[in-house]
Design a protein around this ligand. Structure first.
Ligand SMILES: Nc1nc2c(c(=O)[nH]1)N[C@H]1C(S)=C(S)[C@@H](COP(=O)(O)OP(=O)(O)OC[C@H]3O[C@@H](n4cnc5c(=O)[nH]c(N)nc54)[C@H](O)[C@@H]3O)O[C@H]1N2
Ligand SMILES: Nc1nc2c(c(=O)[nH]1)N[C@H]1C(S)=C(S)[C@@H](COP(=O)(O)OP(=O)(O)OC[C@H]3O[C@@H](n4cnc5c(=O)[nH]c(N)nc54)[C@H](O)[C@@H]3O)O[C@H]1N2
Ligand code: SF4
Ligand SMILES: [Mo]
Length: 677
């Protein structure tokens, strides 16, 4: 017996798909007990964005949810965390929660709330299980975790120019006649945009990809501009130079909807095609032709990704690129403009989401990219509570993160659905429910639909939602703040308690009934056609973005830049436990090395290379390919260290260096030296 349920995908992906999940009941022959589990997953054919397909990774979610190693009971570590193989014993929820609460209580009484840190990210995008659950820590007065690992450089850059983050509706992209995919591997990371790209191409659009290596998207595009990493601001300024020089700017739009164009004109002035070519590694004619296409094709659509932000100067680089459609006036045309994130359109009432109203002035902040530093003994942490993220693998300087997690004087509590390498370093692993097993509300950063999921399946074993755990701890710690104990219904009522027109007519009842509801936006949504939600009400060009060389410039010691972007068959570290998806990615992580670099470093295709950065070293199998460029190597995917030949995460190499804007991560900034093993 099976039944289908429609649920929103909870993963950290712009597409926030509407999924058709098939659930089967089976009877345990020994006990006669009937249990239900998910057995199949596809996309909802009726959803305008999902269009009937789930991606190549999430179709395998059932294998993850039913994985034999999924933690289903609270576990307590019994051997030292420095031992390579963890040994856990099963304990009851009461034992686990009583002991954790007692230890947190001792820390609060002896060292104060600053000794307790939550560490979380977007493993679930749910507003309850992903965001509201911070309420406990805010009620305790614990340090604020700045959630900077992914998007903040982009967010800050966008807000300087445009204020609120609005995006072109993906459905409108089919109207574009030039499409520029810049620093995004959209065929892998935003796959539900692809049908709209293809529709535009069928109607005559040209697609250009700007990326340092030939990824899937570059191979799909009509043209690939293989830019030198970290030089996007130079290319954007070079294009602006041509737009100004040839009169390809939209003077009416600039006058009505922008401020500061003179600053931009002055900044672009020195960036002749020749100088631009020199810095970006492209040739001058390519720069000229690209600028002409942008200058003379309406509508032009830019899809920018976070890839180009993951450099020391990444914020400014992205800002320079995103200002282009304001010079050409593309925001006035359906399908023209730029997409980074659609998040700003979800005008929910977030004042008490995660008990944000309790954050006191003077609360210490920890930048999540600096976890390795925060876990040094002298930094004074006594407890770390990890949920919705896998820092032993995904955080910069992962070797030091692991060493910190292994400290015997640090209580590490990990709420997880999988036995990740972070869970393996926990004092307590607390089994978490999946998106099918708890109710939640979802926004999207790639489209304009709100999603609501009921708890469609019973939780297996003793798995519990994060919110349940936080409430149980809250009770034991005597926390009286009411929002800590909100149910999903109370949270929904609060979030939708707003007069904002985008949410007009969207009620909890309607969300529960329809599941996926488009924001109340006009069919033709032109968010910046007349200005922006900035202090001036206009798109702001000042201060003009300037190109800067990174401090970590390439040297004889470290002659190669290493990019570590997402893999096609993974979603961050979420699917690293599935053998078939590891197999689809080549069974083990590979480093893509250009033939020139391979020759210089005496690396053979199929052999192993040692990669050394200032931070650490890893061993990886080599693939010699001209998909890379001289001086730039690539490792796709944050593989579990357990699947790497030397047991390490690629983040053993990456540094805690922050971006110029927003305190963001710099995963593509790493300089390395390669040698044969
Ligand atoms: N070198 C390098 N490193 C990177 C990146 C890169 O490009 N290169 N990308 C960075 C980026 S952009 C990001 S966003 C991060 C993401 O890295 P992570 O935060 O690790 O990403 P996810 O794989 O999304 O989710 C992590 C975990 O959340 C758990 N989880 C999911 N739902 C729930 C839930 O309801 N409850 C609980 N308790 N757990 C849940 C999953 O089981 C999973 O193990 O990685 C960053 N690290
Ligand atoms: N299949 C899949 N999809 C995913 C994820 C996943 O792991 N797998 N992760 C999800 C998450 S959390 C995120 S944040 C997004 C990220 O998705 P993207 O934004 O697509 O990924 P990025 O790491 O940001 O890298 C995108 C591209 O930027 C390029 N790049 C690196 N440096 C530069 C540069 O200096 N200039 C330019 N122009 N390009 C550069 C990289 O080579 C890469 O091809 O994807 C989401 N979707
Ligand atoms: S990971 Fe992204 S593309 Fe895949 S099903 Fe989820 S939302 Fe859709
Ligand atoms: Mo991300």
């Amino acid at each position: 017996m099976t039944r289908d349920v429609l649920l929103t995908c909870p993963l950290d992906c712009p597409d926030a798909c509407r999924l058709k999940v098939t659930v089967a009941a089976s009877e345990d022959p020994r006990t006669g007990q009937v249990t239900e589990r998910m057995v199949k997953l596809t996309g909802d054919p009726a959803h305008p964005i999902t269009r009937g397909f789930a991606c190549v990774k999430t179709v395998h979610y059932p294998a993850r949810a039913n994985h034999p190693q999924r933690p289903l009971h609270p576990l307590r570590r019994v051997n030292p965390k420095t031992d390579p193989e963890p040994v856990f014993e099963q304990v009851t929820w009461a034992e686990a929660l009583d002991d954790i609460a007692a230890r947190l209580r001792t820390l609060l009484d002896t060292r104060g709330p600053q000794a307790i840190l939550r560490y979380n990210y977007a493993g679930t995008m749910g507003l309850m299980e992903g965001s509201h659950v911070h309420a406990l820590f805010r009620a305790l007065g614990a340090p604020e975790l700045d959630e900077t690992i992914c998007a903040t450089a982009g967010t800050e850059a966008w807000s300087m120019g445009y204020g609120t983050r609005y995006s072109v509706d993906p459905v409108d992209v089919a109207h574009a006649r030039l499409i520029v995919l810049w620093g995004i591997n959209s065929l892998s990371t935003n796959s539900h945009l692809t049908p709209h790209l293809t529709a535009a191409r069928k109607a005559g659009a040209r697609i250009v990809c700007v990326d340092p290596y030939r990824n899937r998207t570059a191979a799909y595009a009509d043209e690939h501009l293989k830019i030198r990493p970290g030089t996007d601001a130079a290319l954007a300024l070079g294009i602006m130079h041509e737009l100004f020089a040839h009169g390809w700017t939209d003077e009416r739009y600039i006058a009505q909807a922008t401020t500061g164009v003179e600053d931009l004109r002055a900044a672009a002035q020195p960036w002749t095609p020749e100088r631009t070519a020199d810095v970006t590694g492209l040739d001058a004619d390519t720069v000229r032709t690209f600028a002409r296409a942008i200058g003379t094709t309406r509508p032009t659509y830019f899809r920018v990704g976070y890839g180009m932000t993951r450099h020391e100067t990444g914020g400014t680089n992205l800002r320079a690129v995103t200002l282009l459609p304001a010079l050409t006036g593309d925001w006035r045309y359906r399908g023209g403009g730029c997409s980074l994130s659609a998040s700003g359109a979800f005008k929910l009432n977030r004042t008490r989401l995660g008990a944000a109203h309790l954050i006191r002035p003077g609360t210490p902040h920890v930048n999540m990219n600096e976890l390795a530093g925060a876990l040094r003994p002298e930094a004074g942490l006594g407890a770390l509570v990890v949920y919705n993220t896998n820092p032993a693998v995904v955080a910069p300087d992962a070797g030091r993160v692991r060493a910190g997690l292994a400290r015997d004087d640090l209580l590490v509590v990990v709420l997880e659905q999988a036995m990740t390498e972070t869970a393996r370093l926990a004092d307590y692993v607390l089994p978490a429910t999946t998106f099918a097993e708890h109710a939640d509300l979802y926004t999207s950063y790639g489209h304009h639909f709100l999603g609501y999921n009921p708890a469609a399946l019973p939780a297996p074993g003793e798995a519990r939602p994060n919110s349940w755990v936080m409430q149980e701890l809250g009770r034991r710690l005597g926390v009286t703040e009411p929002s800590v104990y909100w149910t999903i219904d109370e949270l929904m009522a609060e979030l939708l308690d707003t007069d904002h027109p985008h949410l007009a007519g969207i009620t909890p009842e309607r969300l529960r009934a329809e599941g996926s509801v488009r924001l109340n936006l006009p069919e033709e949504f032109l968010p910046y056609a007349h200005g922006a939600e900035t202090p001036s009400g206009k798109v702001q060009f000042s201060p003009a973005p300037l190109y800067r060389e990174p401090q970590a410039t390439l040297t004889d010691d470290y002659p190669v830049r290493l990019l570590t972007p997402p893999a096609h068959h993974f979603l961050n570290s979420t699917y690293g436990l599935l053998d078939n998806l590891n197999h689809a990615e080549g069974d083990e992580p590979h480093v893509l090395v250009h033939p020139e670099d391979a020759a210089r470093s005496r690396l053979a295709d199929g052999g192993y290379a040692l990669l050394q950065s200032e931070v650490g070293q890893v061993r990886r199998r080599v693939k010699v390919t001209d998909a890379a460029q001289p001086g730039t190597a690539v490792v796709e995917g944050t593989w579990w260290g357990l699947s790497a030949p030397d047991g390490t995460s690629i983040n053993e190499l990456t540094a805690q260096t922050l971006t110029d804007l927003g305190g963001g991560s710099t995963f593509h900034n790493t300089r390395v030296r390669l040698s044969p093993v």
